[in-house]
Design a protein around this ligand. Sequence first.
Ligand code: NCD
Length: 386
Amino acid sequence: MCIRDKLYLDGPYGRRPGKNSSSLSQSDGYTVSLLTIDEYLRQPVAERLPYYQREGRLYHVMMSQQFPRPLMEEIFGVANTLKAMSHDYEGLEFLSRLLRHKRAMLYFTQPSTRTFLSFLTACQLVGITTGEVQDPALSSEYKGESQEDAIRVFSSYFDLVIMRDPKPGFCEYIAYRQDRTGFSVPILNGGSGKDQHPTQALLDLYTMHRSFQRMGGISGKRYAFVGDLQRGRAVRSVMYLLANYEDLDFYAIAPKGFQISPDLQLHLGERGVRLHFTDQLNEVLPEVDCIYMTRVQDEYDLSGESGKIDLANFSLTEENVNLLPKHAIILHPLPRRQEISSGIDANPRAMYWSQLRNGVYIRAALLLYIFGKNEQLPIIQEKSRS
Ligand code: NCD
Protein backbone atom coordinates (compact mmCIF):
# COMPACT_ATOMS: atom_id res chain seq x y z
CA MET A 1 0.00 0.00 0.00
CA CYS A 2 1.46 3.41 -0.89
CA ILE A 3 1.58 6.21 1.67
CA ARG A 4 -1.16 8.06 -0.13
CA ASP A 5 -3.64 5.17 0.07
CA LYS A 6 -2.72 4.53 3.68
CA LEU A 7 -3.50 8.11 4.66
CA TYR A 8 -7.10 7.75 3.62
CA LEU A 9 -7.61 4.90 6.02
CA ASP A 10 -5.55 5.77 9.05
CA GLY A 11 -6.04 7.60 12.31
CA PRO A 12 -8.19 10.61 13.06
CA TYR A 13 -8.73 11.20 9.37
CA GLY A 14 -10.77 8.09 8.70
CA ARG A 15 -14.37 8.66 9.76
CA ARG A 16 -17.89 7.86 8.68
CA PRO A 17 -19.78 10.85 7.25
CA GLY A 18 -21.33 12.70 10.19
CA LYS A 19 -24.02 15.34 10.41
CA ASN A 20 -21.69 18.35 10.50
CA SER A 21 -18.79 17.03 8.52
CA SER A 22 -18.13 17.99 4.94
CA SER A 23 -16.78 15.74 2.25
CA LEU A 24 -14.30 15.75 -0.60
CA SER A 25 -15.00 13.87 -3.81
CA GLN A 26 -12.16 11.82 -5.19
CA SER A 27 -11.64 11.45 -8.92
CA ASP A 28 -12.72 7.82 -8.72
CA GLY A 29 -16.07 8.81 -7.24
CA TYR A 30 -14.92 7.84 -3.74
CA THR A 31 -15.93 10.33 -1.07
CA VAL A 32 -13.93 11.06 2.09
CA SER A 33 -15.76 12.54 5.06
CA LEU A 34 -13.99 15.37 6.79
CA LEU A 35 -13.82 16.68 10.30
CA THR A 36 -14.65 20.35 10.78
CA ILE A 37 -11.77 22.59 11.91
CA ASP A 38 -13.07 22.56 15.50
CA GLU A 39 -13.38 18.77 15.52
CA TYR A 40 -9.93 18.42 14.06
CA LEU A 41 -8.26 20.75 16.55
CA ARG A 42 -10.09 19.19 19.48
CA GLN A 43 -7.86 16.14 19.09
CA PRO A 44 -4.89 16.27 21.47
CA VAL A 45 -1.65 17.61 19.95
CA ALA A 46 0.08 14.27 20.61
CA GLU A 47 -2.47 12.56 18.36
CA ARG A 48 -2.14 15.11 15.56
CA LEU A 49 1.66 15.14 15.49
CA PRO A 50 2.19 11.77 13.74
CA TYR A 51 0.18 12.99 10.77
CA TYR A 52 2.72 15.68 10.05
CA GLN A 53 5.40 13.08 9.31
CA ARG A 54 5.95 10.70 6.41
CA GLU A 55 7.83 7.50 7.07
CA GLY A 56 9.27 8.97 10.27
CA ARG A 57 10.46 12.12 8.52
CA LEU A 58 9.26 15.69 9.01
CA TYR A 59 6.72 16.58 6.29
CA HIS A 60 4.27 19.33 7.30
CA VAL A 61 5.82 21.95 9.61
CA MET A 62 3.09 23.07 11.99
CA MET A 63 4.40 23.58 15.52
CA SER A 64 7.47 23.56 17.76
CA GLN A 65 6.45 20.27 19.39
CA GLN A 66 7.54 18.55 16.15
CA PHE A 67 11.17 19.35 16.83
CA PRO A 68 12.90 17.18 19.39
CA ARG A 69 16.39 18.34 20.22
CA PRO A 70 18.33 15.97 17.91
CA LEU A 71 16.25 17.03 14.89
CA MET A 72 16.60 20.68 15.76
CA GLU A 73 20.37 20.36 16.16
CA GLU A 74 20.64 18.47 12.88
CA ILE A 75 18.90 21.41 11.19
CA PHE A 76 21.28 23.83 12.96
CA GLY A 77 24.19 21.87 11.48
CA VAL A 78 22.73 22.15 7.98
CA ALA A 79 22.19 25.89 8.52
CA ASN A 80 25.85 26.26 9.58
CA THR A 81 26.93 24.60 6.36
CA LEU A 82 24.64 26.79 4.25
CA LYS A 83 25.95 29.88 5.98
CA ALA A 84 29.56 28.90 5.30
CA MET A 85 28.85 27.93 1.69
CA SER A 86 27.00 31.15 0.90
CA HIS A 87 30.17 33.23 1.03
CA ASP A 88 31.47 32.40 -2.44
CA TYR A 89 30.26 31.89 -5.97
CA GLU A 90 31.04 28.15 -6.09
CA GLY A 91 29.14 27.48 -2.87
CA LEU A 92 26.11 29.47 -4.00
CA GLU A 93 26.18 27.76 -7.38
CA PHE A 94 26.22 24.32 -5.72
CA LEU A 95 23.35 25.19 -3.37
CA SER A 96 21.22 26.67 -6.14
CA ARG A 97 21.16 23.30 -7.91
CA LEU A 98 19.95 21.26 -4.93
CA LEU A 99 16.21 21.91 -5.29
CA ARG A 100 16.03 23.35 -8.78
CA HIS A 101 13.31 20.82 -9.61
CA LYS A 102 10.96 22.10 -6.85
CA ARG A 103 8.40 24.90 -6.78
CA ALA A 104 6.99 26.60 -3.66
CA MET A 105 3.86 28.67 -3.18
CA LEU A 106 4.01 31.51 -0.66
CA TYR A 107 0.47 32.14 0.53
CA PHE A 108 0.44 34.95 3.09
CA THR A 109 -3.00 36.24 4.05
CA GLN A 110 -1.70 38.17 7.06
CA PRO A 111 0.86 41.00 6.78
CA SER A 112 4.50 39.95 6.69
CA THR A 113 7.84 41.45 5.71
CA ARG A 114 10.56 39.29 7.27
CA THR A 115 9.00 35.86 7.20
CA PHE A 116 7.82 36.26 3.62
CA LEU A 117 11.13 37.63 2.36
CA SER A 118 13.17 35.25 4.44
CA PHE A 119 11.32 32.23 3.00
CA LEU A 120 11.59 33.72 -0.48
CA THR A 121 15.35 34.21 -0.09
CA ALA A 122 15.72 30.74 1.44
CA CYS A 123 13.93 29.22 -1.57
CA GLN A 124 16.20 31.15 -3.92
CA LEU A 125 19.30 30.00 -2.04
CA VAL A 126 18.52 26.33 -2.67
CA GLY A 127 17.12 26.86 -6.17
CA ILE A 128 13.37 26.56 -5.51
CA THR A 129 11.12 28.50 -7.93
CA THR A 130 8.38 30.45 -6.15
CA GLY A 131 4.87 31.77 -6.73
CA GLU A 132 3.00 34.02 -4.33
CA VAL A 133 -0.38 35.33 -3.20
CA GLN A 134 -0.22 37.99 -0.52
CA ASP A 135 -3.51 39.72 -1.14
CA PRO A 136 -6.54 37.43 -1.49
CA ALA A 137 -8.35 40.33 -3.16
CA LEU A 138 -6.15 39.65 -6.19
CA SER A 139 -6.96 35.92 -6.30
CA SER A 140 -10.17 33.99 -6.93
CA GLU A 141 -10.97 34.25 -3.24
CA TYR A 142 -12.32 37.62 -4.29
CA LYS A 143 -14.87 35.70 -6.39
CA GLY A 144 -15.90 33.64 -3.38
CA GLU A 145 -13.47 30.75 -3.64
CA SER A 146 -12.72 29.13 -0.29
CA GLN A 147 -9.16 29.12 1.08
CA GLU A 148 -9.32 25.33 1.09
CA ASP A 149 -9.97 25.35 -2.67
CA ALA A 150 -7.28 27.98 -3.25
CA ILE A 151 -4.71 25.80 -1.52
CA ARG A 152 -5.90 22.78 -3.46
CA VAL A 153 -5.11 24.76 -6.60
CA PHE A 154 -1.63 25.64 -5.31
CA SER A 155 -0.88 22.01 -4.54
CA SER A 156 -1.63 21.15 -8.17
CA TYR A 157 1.04 23.55 -9.40
CA PHE A 158 3.57 23.54 -6.55
CA ASP A 159 5.55 21.02 -4.50
CA LEU A 160 5.27 22.94 -1.22
CA VAL A 161 2.97 25.56 0.32
CA ILE A 162 4.35 28.08 2.81
CA MET A 163 1.50 29.93 4.46
CA ARG A 164 0.56 32.50 7.08
CA ASP A 165 -2.98 33.05 8.26
CA PRO A 166 -4.62 34.92 11.16
CA LYS A 167 -6.73 31.92 12.23
CA PRO A 168 -5.10 29.76 14.92
CA GLY A 169 -4.76 26.14 13.79
CA PHE A 170 -5.81 26.93 10.24
CA CYS A 171 -2.51 25.74 8.69
CA GLU A 172 -2.94 22.44 10.48
CA TYR A 173 -6.47 22.09 9.22
CA ILE A 174 -5.35 22.87 5.68
CA ALA A 175 -2.67 20.17 5.91
CA TYR A 176 -5.33 17.73 7.08
CA ARG A 177 -7.70 18.68 4.24
CA GLN A 178 -4.98 18.65 1.64
CA ASP A 179 -3.85 15.18 2.69
CA ARG A 180 -7.36 13.97 2.05
CA THR A 181 -7.36 15.12 -1.58
CA GLY A 182 -4.75 12.61 -2.70
CA PHE A 183 -2.45 15.44 -3.82
CA SER A 184 -0.63 16.11 -0.61
CA VAL A 185 2.31 18.53 -0.57
CA PRO A 186 4.21 19.69 2.53
CA ILE A 187 2.61 22.72 4.19
CA LEU A 188 4.81 25.04 6.26
CA ASN A 189 3.32 27.25 8.93
CA GLY A 190 4.75 30.77 8.60
CA GLY A 191 2.55 32.07 11.45
CA SER A 192 -0.90 30.88 12.51
CA GLY A 193 -2.74 33.62 14.38
CA LYS A 194 -1.92 33.79 18.09
CA ASP A 195 -1.00 30.15 18.02
CA GLN A 196 2.47 29.25 16.70
CA HIS A 197 5.32 30.37 14.47
CA PRO A 198 7.65 27.36 14.45
CA THR A 199 10.20 28.52 11.88
CA GLN A 200 10.68 31.80 13.77
CA ALA A 201 11.32 29.73 16.90
CA LEU A 202 13.85 27.58 15.08
CA LEU A 203 15.83 30.60 13.96
CA ASP A 204 15.62 32.08 17.45
CA LEU A 205 16.99 28.88 18.97
CA TYR A 206 19.66 28.72 16.27
CA THR A 207 20.77 32.21 17.29
CA MET A 208 20.89 31.18 20.95
CA HIS A 209 22.73 27.99 20.01
CA ARG A 210 25.43 29.96 18.17
CA SER A 211 25.64 32.67 20.79
CA PHE A 212 26.04 30.22 23.68
CA GLN A 213 28.31 27.83 21.81
CA ARG A 214 31.32 28.76 23.89
CA MET A 215 29.36 29.31 27.08
CA GLY A 216 28.12 25.78 27.66
CA GLY A 217 25.13 25.87 25.27
CA ILE A 218 21.45 26.63 25.73
CA SER A 219 20.88 24.40 28.78
CA GLY A 220 21.42 25.80 32.27
CA LYS A 221 20.72 29.40 31.25
CA ARG A 222 18.24 32.03 32.41
CA TYR A 223 15.86 33.52 29.85
CA ALA A 224 13.63 36.58 30.17
CA PHE A 225 10.58 36.99 27.93
CA VAL A 226 9.08 40.45 27.85
CA GLY A 227 5.81 41.88 26.51
CA ASP A 228 2.70 40.20 25.15
CA LEU A 229 3.44 36.63 26.17
CA GLN A 230 -0.14 35.55 25.71
CA ARG A 231 -0.82 36.48 22.10
CA GLY A 232 2.69 36.49 20.63
CA ARG A 233 2.93 33.33 18.52
CA ALA A 234 6.70 33.68 18.08
CA VAL A 235 7.41 33.79 21.81
CA ARG A 236 5.00 30.90 22.42
CA SER A 237 6.82 28.75 19.86
CA VAL A 238 10.21 29.72 21.29
CA MET A 239 9.20 28.61 24.77
CA TYR A 240 7.92 25.27 23.46
CA LEU A 241 11.20 24.70 21.64
CA LEU A 242 13.45 25.80 24.49
CA ALA A 243 11.69 23.37 26.81
CA ASN A 244 13.66 20.63 24.99
CA TYR A 245 16.70 21.73 26.99
CA GLU A 246 17.55 21.15 30.64
CA ASP A 247 17.94 23.23 33.75
CA LEU A 248 16.23 26.39 32.53
CA ASP A 249 14.84 29.42 34.33
CA PHE A 250 12.21 31.49 32.52
CA TYR A 251 11.36 34.99 33.74
CA ALA A 252 7.98 35.93 32.25
CA ILE A 253 7.65 39.73 32.33
CA ALA A 254 4.26 40.73 31.04
CA PRO A 255 1.52 43.26 31.78
CA LYS A 256 -1.45 41.98 33.76
CA GLY A 257 -3.67 39.91 31.48
CA PHE A 258 -0.90 39.23 28.96
CA GLN A 259 0.94 36.44 30.73
CA ILE A 260 1.82 33.02 29.29
CA SER A 261 -1.37 31.06 28.67
CA PRO A 262 -2.23 28.04 30.84
CA ASP A 263 -1.61 25.38 28.13
CA LEU A 264 1.96 26.54 27.69
CA GLN A 265 2.54 26.97 31.44
CA LEU A 266 1.47 23.37 31.90
CA HIS A 267 3.84 22.17 29.18
CA LEU A 268 6.77 24.11 30.64
CA GLY A 269 6.03 22.79 34.12
CA GLU A 270 5.97 19.21 32.81
CA ARG A 271 9.35 19.79 31.18
CA GLY A 272 10.85 21.01 34.46
CA VAL A 273 11.29 24.65 33.43
CA ARG A 274 11.43 26.92 36.50
CA LEU A 275 8.93 29.71 35.77
CA HIS A 276 9.09 33.11 37.49
CA PHE A 277 6.34 35.67 36.88
CA THR A 278 6.86 39.39 37.35
CA ASP A 279 6.19 42.79 35.86
CA GLN A 280 9.42 44.29 37.22
CA LEU A 281 11.78 44.28 34.24
CA ASN A 282 14.72 46.11 35.81
CA GLU A 283 14.92 43.65 38.71
CA VAL A 284 15.29 40.74 36.33
CA LEU A 285 17.78 42.24 33.89
CA PRO A 286 20.97 41.54 35.95
CA GLU A 287 19.91 37.90 36.33
CA VAL A 288 19.54 36.70 32.74
CA ASP A 289 21.67 35.34 29.91
CA CYS A 290 19.13 36.09 27.20
CA ILE A 291 16.25 38.51 26.92
CA TYR A 292 13.55 37.96 24.30
CA MET A 293 11.62 41.16 23.68
CA THR A 294 8.22 41.19 21.97
CA ARG A 295 5.73 43.67 20.58
CA VAL A 296 2.24 44.05 22.03
CA GLN A 297 0.03 42.23 19.50
CA ASP A 298 -2.72 44.85 19.43
CA GLU A 299 -4.15 43.54 16.16
CA TYR A 300 -5.84 40.88 18.30
CA ASP A 301 -7.44 43.35 20.75
CA LEU A 302 -11.13 42.85 21.40
CA SER A 303 -11.75 46.24 22.99
CA GLY A 304 -8.54 48.28 23.00
CA GLU A 305 -7.03 46.39 25.96
CA SER A 306 -3.45 47.05 24.76
CA GLY A 307 -4.02 50.77 25.12
CA LYS A 308 -4.02 50.43 28.91
CA ILE A 309 -0.48 49.03 29.09
CA ASP A 310 2.31 51.29 30.29
CA LEU A 311 4.77 50.28 27.59
CA ALA A 312 7.70 51.98 29.35
CA ASN A 313 7.64 49.14 31.91
CA PHE A 314 8.25 46.57 29.18
CA SER A 315 10.93 48.32 27.16
CA LEU A 316 14.71 48.25 26.88
CA THR A 317 16.31 51.66 26.80
CA GLU A 318 19.87 52.96 26.61
CA GLU A 319 19.73 53.28 30.41
CA ASN A 320 18.40 49.94 31.60
CA VAL A 321 20.17 47.84 28.93
CA ASN A 322 23.41 48.11 30.90
CA LEU A 323 21.80 46.31 33.81
CA LEU A 324 22.14 43.16 31.70
CA PRO A 325 25.30 41.09 32.21
CA LYS A 326 27.94 41.78 29.55
CA HIS A 327 27.58 38.34 27.97
CA ALA A 328 23.76 38.50 27.72
CA ILE A 329 22.07 38.56 24.33
CA ILE A 330 19.01 40.54 23.25
CA LEU A 331 16.62 38.92 20.78
CA HIS A 332 13.41 40.14 19.11
CA PRO A 333 11.40 38.47 16.31
CA LEU A 334 10.79 41.95 14.82
CA PRO A 335 9.06 44.16 13.85
CA ARG A 336 9.87 46.26 16.92
CA ARG A 337 8.16 49.34 18.16
CA GLN A 338 9.26 51.26 21.25
CA GLU A 339 10.18 48.09 23.21
CA ILE A 340 13.80 48.31 22.06
CA SER A 341 15.25 51.77 21.60
CA SER A 342 17.13 52.02 18.29
CA GLY A 343 20.03 53.48 20.31
CA ILE A 344 20.68 49.91 21.50
CA ASP A 345 21.25 48.53 18.00
CA ALA A 346 25.02 49.06 18.21
CA ASN A 347 25.24 47.47 21.69
CA PRO A 348 27.25 44.22 21.42
CA ARG A 349 24.41 42.40 23.20
CA ALA A 350 21.92 43.26 20.43
CA MET A 351 21.55 40.12 18.34
CA TYR A 352 18.24 40.79 16.59
CA TRP A 353 19.76 41.73 13.24
CA SER A 354 21.90 38.58 13.20
CA GLN A 355 18.83 36.67 14.31
CA LEU A 356 16.91 37.82 11.25
CA ARG A 357 19.79 36.88 8.92
CA ASN A 358 19.95 33.45 10.53
CA GLY A 359 16.33 32.97 9.47
CA VAL A 360 17.28 32.53 5.82
CA TYR A 361 19.77 29.74 6.60
CA ILE A 362 17.44 27.94 8.99
CA ARG A 363 14.54 28.06 6.54
CA ALA A 364 16.73 26.89 3.67
CA ALA A 365 18.04 24.08 5.91
CA LEU A 366 14.47 23.07 6.70
CA LEU A 367 13.58 22.99 3.01
CA LEU A 368 16.57 20.76 2.28
CA TYR A 369 15.63 18.52 5.17
CA ILE A 370 12.00 18.16 4.06
CA PHE A 371 13.07 17.14 0.57
CA GLY A 372 15.83 14.84 1.89
CA LYS A 373 18.65 16.86 0.34
CA ASN A 374 20.48 17.76 3.54
CA GLU A 375 22.58 14.62 3.28
CA GLN A 376 24.19 15.93 0.09
CA LEU A 377 25.94 18.73 1.96
CA PRO A 378 29.44 18.61 3.42
CA ILE A 379 29.59 19.02 7.22
CA ILE A 380 31.16 22.37 8.07
CA GLN A 381 31.62 23.41 11.68
CA GLU A 382 31.40 27.13 12.31
CA LYS A 383 32.53 29.10 15.29
CA SER A 384 31.19 32.58 15.82
CA ARG A 385 28.89 34.52 18.10
CA SER A 386 26.08 35.32 15.64
C1 NCD B 1 6.37 38.03 14.39
C2 NCD B 1 5.02 37.52 13.90
O1 NCD B 1 4.55 37.86 12.81
O2 NCD B 1 4.47 36.74 14.64
N1 NCD B 1 7.13 38.57 13.37
C3 NCD B 1 7.81 37.75 12.52
O3 NCD B 1 7.28 36.85 11.91
N2 NCD B 1 9.13 37.94 12.44
C4 NCD B 1 6.25 38.91 15.58
C5 NCD B 1 5.34 40.11 15.54
O4 NCD B 1 4.67 40.40 14.58
O5 NCD B 1 5.34 40.80 16.57
